[in-house]
Structure formats: C-alpha cells, structure tokens
Design a binder for this molecule. Structure first.
Ligand code: MG
Length: 371
C-alpha cells in the first residue's frame, strides 16, 4: 500500500482510509475479501510503519527540540510563556538564527550518514560510515558536537576511525561520554533486526567510530535493542532486560534507566548545566518517553521533554524515534510531519532504506520471526 502525504509517498502505511472508501464503493462481499487480503499483510504494515516511525520520530524530535536547545527550564518559560508547542514558535536568538523553523540539526544529519553508509556499502561498516561523516563535515554543518568535531577532524580518521576515536577519549582522561553517538543511532535497531547479536555488533561499531566510552556504547545498544525487539518479537523490551544490557557495559548506566522508569520527568533534571550533552542524560529522557508515554500522546510526550530545556533536540530526537518505533508512524500527528522542511528527502531515504532491507533479507518485513 502507499499513502500520499502531499508531495511525497511513504511505502506501506495503514489501510484504514482505503478500507473506508472500499466500504462505500463496493459490495459487502468484496469489502470482506479486501479486509481478509489486507489482514494477511498486517505484519508488513506494522513493521514498515515502525521503520517510518524511527525516521520521522527522529527528525521531528530534533527539529522541534531545536526551539529550546541549550536553554535552562527558566529560560524556556521566559521565551515561551505558554509553553513551546510548534516549530514556528522558535525564537531567533544568536544560536537559532542560523536555522529555519522546521529544519533538523546534526543529530538527523548523522542519522542519515548511517543510512547513506548502509545504502552505499550494503551493510554496516565503520570505514563507510567514517567516509559519510567526513563528507558531511566538509559541508560546514551549522552545528557539530565537540567530541565529533575532535574525532572527525583528525587526519587519520577516515582510514582508521577507531584509532582516532579512542585517541580522543584517552585525551579526555577517559571521561568524555557525550551523547553524539546516541543521537544518531536508532536506525541501527532496524537493520538486521531479526538477529539480536548482529544489531548489538552493528551498534557498537558505529558508536565507536566517534565515541569510545562504554557509557556511550551501552546507551546506544539499549536503544537499538529496544527497537530490534519491537520489530522481531512485536513487544517492548522490559525494564529488567534493559538493566541487564546496561550492566554489561557500565555500572553507571543503571541508575539513569531506573530514574527514567520512575516517571517523574522533573527528577531527570535535563537542564542541569554540568550534564547537558551527557549520553546518560539523553538516555534517561528517551527511556522516560519509552516507559511512560502512551501512543495517543506522542506529541505531548515529546513536548514535555523539550520544555525541560537542556540538550532538547538530541533528547527529543532519540525519544521521538523510540516512540515512533513503539507505536508506528501512523500514530505521529500529521502536522508534525508536515512542518518538517525536508520531509520529502526523509521519505525518500526511508523508502530506499526499506528497499535495501528487503534486498538484504527477502520478506524480512512480512516474515514472522517468532516461529
Ligand atoms: Mg543537534
């Protein structure tokens, strides 16, 4: 099935509108046949909608979150007395004046570098991703995180990305644990989702290209494991299983997972100045959404995170992508998709990625992996 969203087309979104028109125009018998035929493809619709949700949830969280990025909660309240709700409210201060409302930032740029590297190499490859990052870096992006800047600008980065990444981490006294790997990683939960070990290895590989700290790698693997489990098993990963993954990487991760599950977003202190940009802060924001936000409240959940300030674009990008995966793209309000300036480009990349998945493993979007 295809569904037109104004000037672009997404593969395989839900069939409810089609069913409605069939009901009006055809006999009851024909309509029943149509329903039966469509129900055969219901798993495909679900999985495809999850992948579309990963793409659009990411970009929406990123572009909306730009409106409060690097603000304290107090500043958010001063700039947006009735709360920040939509792209076009974004204040044009010194930082934000280089962006148009509805544009995404480096988080989604790098997410698309992962996608492009997979499309080019036919799989996950550190050097292919390093090449894409370098290509993006050469375009003088409007924003770039300090850690990524340090790693990607090293002379040997493109040829030996792990060497460059580890060197930067060592130079930080093994302290640097920024959220720059986590901000781009969710799509790796979709690639080879049927193989949990492959997802873990792919995620570790791409995280390590720029972020060597086990807290960074562990937070990426948690997020992609959640997504691959949704696609493979059709159900959310439990708190206990997430904690098990956390403890495999670093004992400092678990408290942030538990705090996210607690449900009180204020306790996460997302605007605390010393930890803005810390990978475990972003993980806690994303998991807060994953554990606590119901399907009908996608928008409310994302805005709750954004109105806390801090590294809001990154926090909301990961949270948005996780919610998009958990509930499917059809649960994302249309106006949020429409407000993205580059929605057609995103749909094109999403469709190419889905096609590549099917080339890599035939019928992966229709097959039942539970049996
Ligand atoms: Mg950003």
């Amino acid at each position: 099935m295809t569904k037109k969203r104004n000037n672009f087309t997404l593969i395989g979104t839900e069939n409810l509108q089609v069913l409605g028109s069939v009901k009006q125009n055809r006999s009851l018998e024909e309509w029943k046949e149509q329903v039966q035929e469509q129900s055969k493809h219901s798993r495909k619709s679900t999985k495809t909608s999850i992948i579309e949700g990963i793409f659009f949830g990411q970009a929406i969280g990123d572009a909306l979150g730009l409106g409060t990025e690097f603000m304290s909660k107090k500043q958010v309240a001063a700039y947006y007395p009735d709360g920040y709700k939509f792209y076009n409210q974004m204040v044009q201060d010194h930082f934000r004046s280089r962006f148009e409302a509805g544009n995404w930032t480096d988080d989604t740029d790098q997410f698309l570098c992962i996608v492009d590297s997979i499309l080019a190499a036919g799989g996950v490859d550190a050097v292919a991703f390093a090449k894409e990052l370098r290509r993006w870096f050469a375009t003088n992006p409007q924003d770039i995180g300090t850690n990524v800047f340090r790693v990607v600008s090293r002379r040997d980065f493109e040829q030996f990305p792990f060497r460059a990444s580890q060197a930067v981490w060592e130079e930080s006294g093994r302290e640097a644990a920024a959220n720059g790997a986590l901000m781009r990683t969710t799509i790796l939960g979709a690639w080879q989702f049927w193989d949990a070990d492959a997802v873990r290895q792919n995620t570790e590989t791409i995280a390590k290209v720029t972020h060597w700290d086990p807290r960074c790698i562990g937070s990426c693997v948690i997020v992609t494991s959640i997504i691959s489990t949704l696609l493979r098993e059709g159900e959310p990963l439990s708190l206990n299983k997430i904690l098990k993954i956390a403890n495999r990487y670093d004992e400092r991760i678990a408290p942030f997972v538990i705090a996210a599950n607690d449900g009180n977003i204020e306790k996460l202190k997302l605007d605390e100045p010393n930890s803005i940009g810390y990978t475990l802060k972003t993980l806690s924001a994303a998991l807060w959404a994953y554990f606590n936000v119901p399907a009908k409240h996608f928008e409310k959940g994302i805005l709750a995170i954004i109105n806390q300030g801090g590294d809001a674009d990154t926090n909301a990008a990961v949270a948005g992508s996780l919610l998009g995966a958990k509930f499917g793209c059809h649960r994302i309000p249309e106006k949020l998709i429409e407000g993205l300036n580059e929605k057609a480009l995103l749909a094109e990349k999403c469709n190419a990625f889905i096609k590549k998945m099917e080339e890599n493993q035939k019928d992966c979007l229709t097959k039942d992996y539970l049996n």
